[in-house]
Every structure is written in C-alpha cells, then in structure tokens.
Write a protein that binds this ligand. Sequence first.
Ligand SMILES: Cc1ncc(COP(=O)(O)O)c(C=O)c1O
Length: 461
Amino acid sequence: MTVHNQTRHWQELDAAHHIHPFSDTAALNKEGVRVITSAKGVWLTDSEGKRLIDGMAGLWCVQLGYGNEELAEAGYKALRELPYYNSFFKTTTPPTIELAAKLAEVLPEGMSRVLFANSGSEANDTALKLIRYYWNLKGKPQKKIHLSREMAYHGVTMAAASLSGLTPMHPQWDLPLPGFEKVPTCYWYGAKAAGYGDIGEDEFGELIAAKLEERILEIGADRIASFSAEPIHGAGGLIFPPRTYWAAVQKVCRKYDILLHADEVITGFGRTGKWFGSHTYGIQPDILTMAKGLSSGYQPISAVALGPRVGDAIAHANEEMVHGYTYSGHPVACAVALKNLEIMQREKIVERVGDDIGPYFQAKFREVLGDHPLVGEVRGVGLLCALELVDDKAERRFFPEVGDVGTICRNHCFREGLVMRAIRDTMVCSPPLTITRDEVDQLVALAKRCFDLTARDLGRL
Ligand SMILES: Cc1ncc(COP(=O)(O)O)c(C=O)c1O
C-alpha cells in the first residue's frame, strides 16, 4: 500500500468508527483526520511523512519531549514485573508508594499526602468530593458551594465541567450542576473591552479579588466550600494573573474560611520555571490537582495533593473513605511518572526552564513578534506564551467575529509545520521543556511566517 493510500484507509476507518474529543464529527470526517505516526524530541511525523514542530507538547503535557528511552524502559520493566495491582485491599505496589513520596518532595510545603487518579478531570472531580467530605467531617455540611472563575477550564466530568467557566461547555449537557457558582477573572488585557476602562494591571488584580469577596458576601460564606482556580488560565486563553491578584485572593479565602483548590494540571512540573505554579505565584493551596506533565503524558495518571488541613482530617477520620478508582496508583503509570520526576531532578529541567530556556523563549517571541501588526500583546512565563491577535492594537480592540482570525492563523501553522493552538484569537505555545535554543529559533521563525501569512490574508501586510 502506498503511503497516501494508507493514510486514506486510516481516514476512512477513523470517519466510520471514531468519535473525536472536542470535534465537529461531520466536518472532521469530511476533511479527513491527520494521523500522527511517530515523534522524537519536539518533532512530530504524520502518516504522509510530514514533520511538524510541536509547540503544544501534545496537550501541554510532554515535558520531556517524545522518544525518551528511559521512560519507555521504565514502563516496559514495570509491565514485566507487575502489570497491575490495586490499592484497595490493604495493598499497594512499590512504584505507587515511591511516587507518592517523591511528590511530597517537590510539592508546595506541607502537601504531604496524595490520592491517585487517571486524568485531570478525575483529579478535579475527586478534589471536589474531598472538599465536601472535609466539611462534612468538620460538622459544617452546609458549606457546599464551589466557586470558580469565568473562563476557567477544569475538565469534562459532570463536576469538572460544572466547575469550568467556559460557557460553551455547558448547554449540550445541561450543566452546570446546582452548587457551582462563577466569579469574574483577572483577564487584564481584555479589561478595556469588558468595560473596565484604562485600569492598571495591579489595580485590576485587586479589583477582581474584591469581586470574589462581594460574591462570597452575596451567597453567604457559611455556604461556600471552596474556591478553585488555575494559577494561570490555560485553555481559557493563557491568562496570567496580575502581581497583586493571588495574594489578595488568598486573603479573601482565609478571611471567610474557604478551601483553596489550585488546579495545576497545566502549570505543574516545571512549565512555569518552578515545580508548580503555586511556587511561582506564592500560592498556598489546601488542595492541589495535577496530571499531564506528571508522566510527561507517557501514561495516563493524575493526582490530588492534600495540605495538612484536608490531609489530616481524612487521615484521622477513623472511617472508610468511600472513593477510589480501579487504576488509582496503577504501578506502570506510577513507575513511568516516578522515572519522569527522577529525570527532571537529575537533568535540572525545572531550573533550566526558570533560568535559561524559559527566558530565552520569552525574549525571542517578544523580539520577533512583539511589533507584528496583528499582535496586541505577548505574555508569558517559563515555557508558556500567548500572543493576542487583535483588530486594533492601540485601542485593544478584538476582531468582531471572535475566533476567525485565530483559526486562519492556526491553519497556516499546521500547513507550515508548526503546532500552535488558537484560543479565540489568542495563539498559544507550550512546547516540551527539553526544547533547545535552536529549536526555539525555528519555532518562532515559523510562527512569524504564519502570522505574516495571516496578516496578508487580512490585507494588513
Ligand atoms: C487546568 C486543567 N484542568 C483539568 C484538565 C482536564 O484534564 P484531562 O483532560 O486529563 O481530564 C485540563 C486539561 O487540559 C486542564 O488544562
């Protein structure tokens, strides 16, 4: 079979039998799926032999890049030794224990206990259950409302989607469930368009924290269980908090005795140049969820870390905690995640993102695209970068048909061999943490080419 016929065959089978996540099935089936067949480092190869540089590390997860032999061997060894056993029957496995202990080393101080799950959504679902359980144990069962932010993305289970603040996630499923309330978020670049005028960034951070407090007072603090937030909004458009925001938010949560849940599914494991976004922004969460980079995406695994408050309450409850998954602490996934963390420590990957490749990546994007006619703002930290494509830079005015220009740009990127994601009209980039300076140069040069092609399509260049 020729390469092209093989691709066609896969596309036909895919169209007939496979429903894709977050996709318009009819449109995708008509267009034909792209089949990724192999990858090495930061480079993907598709079934037609085309190479693409992966500016998204898969779905923000392949921290160590593709084709890491040590991770593959750790998985193979674990599969041969003990492919499965559970942690239900007063039992567990060595990789499960060792990974839990290793996480306690790298997590924010005091977070010494973890529960395992298999995805970010499951981790968040579990976190919400534990928050409810905590308040029930403490004799405050009326504290049941979960606060989270507009534009937040926390996953897709019934509860995680309810916690999410991206409104298109709700109507198809009759969500949110009762008991989930939203508060405004700290999207400073969009503040003018949202009617806040020419407010300064620091002042805006404080204002949005004050809006959280207002909402708490409206609902009644005695009814509120938790506030959940990503240290940096990821899928909502890579929105970075103003410097004042997190300190002010934490003050409010403490004042009203509301548990703080940090969703670090994207911001964990070196992405921001520290182990966790909580380290970057001085956040001390009561509960922290992680997934993706925990195993560099080589195995599906996630975890919920508990600070002393919730951790001690469960540890001293003296009753069965009625929760857990068949694959909680799966030995193969844990062995791969453990090896992933060992490599990150040995190779000083987090320090490299913080001190070397992260600043280089940030500077390069600003140098090459900061003055581009379509780019209203370049923002980022570590190996996370967002570029706002706007209609009017001086006025910070967005394009009238939100998302169209982002889609044009994203399509140019794919055609030119670069994976960048478009969120509305914001282009985002989050490459493997192992990317080299030379690869950053190639990535940014390709991005420039695609931004130019987009500007030409719009008659702006
Ligand atoms: C912040 C955040 N939380 C939760 C999730 C959901 O994770 P999963 O897709 O593994 O369920 C994601 C996925 O992108 C995420 O970015």
